[in-house]
Design a protein around this ligand. Sequence first.
Ligand SMILES: [Zn+2]
Length: 176
Amino acid sequence: MNAMGVTDSGHLSALDGRLLRRAIQLSASAAAKGNMAFGALLGDPEGNILLEAENTTFTERNPLNHAETNLVNMAVASLDPELIAAATLYTSCEPCAMCSGAMYWGGINRTVYAMSEHDLLDITGVSDHCPTMRGVGCRAILNSGQRHIEVSGPHLVEEACAVQLDYFAARSPESS
Ligand SMILES: [Zn+2]
């Protein structure tokens, strides 16, 4: 537990898969409300959902309101640090640099994500609407910290990408 940096876990357990699918559902829910199609949740080691969050960048007019950063803000405001430290952040898309930083500073030590930042960039391309960062990746951020953090992903990529593709197809019919 004293080791620092990122441990990669490639296996997706049934428990993780169930909660990750819920995060993907939340990404579709966010899009249905007029936001970017990203969802995240915090789960305890037994698979109970502690908190759920969606991207709210448009409805709350705040470009910082990514799903994971929203989730971390909710968590630190409402949960004990010990509970947060033992929890897992499940997210429909790999945490960006900002959300990876929020996860780290918020005290979360494990994340499981669906589509990768590269997968997202493949879909968004160069975009003012969704200017995806180019391959920073959550591991580079989390690996620079002073705690041991477990990262698992990408998983369920087709399911997560399908929500993004629907989102962009609905937004830009001419590009489909
Ligand atoms: Zn983010």
